[in-house]
Write a protein that binds this ligand. Structure first.
Ligand code: ZN
Length: 283
């Protein structure tokens, strides 16, 4: 029998969470070594990671952007920018170098020039390797999703659906109570995404988000969602790959264990009293 984590987790519930985390570590290890992920990461490594300012510039000019790269980067990936495609302007650092007295080459100033990137929608050619996403669908999850949204909103969160989110994300948490979910995803996947974004809202508020690295924040939110989903009998077949994408290892999970335990307890304190857990699990 599964012990349900409560607000003040007992030794039993902590042991249960730790068991789940051991299993998650095994599954993530396996996902990290899959051929699927290796191929995918090789491609992703060719995409430059843009600064927050450039992400904003991209979002303003092309809210539907999914993957952006420069003209030549697309060519290297086997895709050609289509004729007449409009580039998205970003700022590229252009360091000014000079020789020091010691004869070394040093950066003496940093200027910015305008560069252009293109969204994948403006390119043609070889398909980019994609990761397999497992669908979790069914009436049971539709009912549960509806109920979870009601509970989230009772607890002050505001959940909305969008056809498409920036970077093709499945969900977004703004850290101020707003959560957006991708409308076209199956209900079971959306249950997990809602709980993931819910965890971000509780553990990574907008004002202190900068104190977490992306890897820490994603490791914590996804692991909290994984454990909460175990208590609600929601399958989480995509979680190991998601964590492996952020290079989360067994050691990362262990380093974040306290935050994960606290997050699971906090979310279950909000969710459990509003649900009849036995009938949810039996449904
Ligand atoms: Zn996240």
């Amino acid at each position: 029998m599964t012990t349900t984590p409560r607000a003040n987790p007992t030794a039993d519930t902590l042991a249960t969470i730790d068991q789940w985390m051991q299993r998650l570590a095994d599954e993530t290890d396996q996902a990290a070594h899959s051929a699927d992920l290796t191929r995918y990461l090789q491609t992703v490594s060719r995409f430059y990671s843009y600064s927050a300012h450039n992400c904003m510039l991209i979002a303003v000019q092309r809210p539907t952007a999914r993957r952006v790269a420069g003209y030549r980067a697309w060519q290297a990936l086997g895709r050609q920018v289509t004729k007449g495609a409009k580039g998205i302007a970003i700022l590229c650092p252009a360091p000014i170098r000079a020789k020091t007295d010691a004869g070394d080459d040093a950066v003496i100033a940093l200027r910015f020039r305008t560069g252009y990137v293109f969204d994948v929608a403006d390119t043609d050619g070889a398909d980019l390797p994609a990761l397999t996403v497992h669908a979790v669908a069914g009436e049971r999850y539709e009912t549960l999703l509806h109920r979870l949204i009601e509970i989230a909103e009772c607890r002050g969160l505001r959940v909305s659906f969008k056809e498409r989110l920036l970077w093709d994300a499945n969900g977004v948490s703004y850290g101020d109570g707003r959560i957006e979910l991708k409308a076209t995803n199956p209900a079971g996947n959306l249950c997990k995404t809602l709980i993931h974004e819910w965890a971000h809202e509780r553990v990574h508020r907008a004002e202190d988000r900068h104190t977490f690295t992306t890897q820490q924040a994603e490791c914590q939110a996804e692991s909290i969602a994984y454990c909460v989903c175990q208590t609600l009998a929601i399958p989480t077949p995509n979680t190991p790959t998601y964590l492996a994408l952020y290079k989360v290892s067994r050691a990362t999970l262990a380093a974040n264990l306290d935050a994960i335990r606290a997050g699971v307890a906090a979310l279950m304190q909000e969710i459990a009293p509003a649900l009849d857990l036995d009938s949810v699990r039996a449904a």
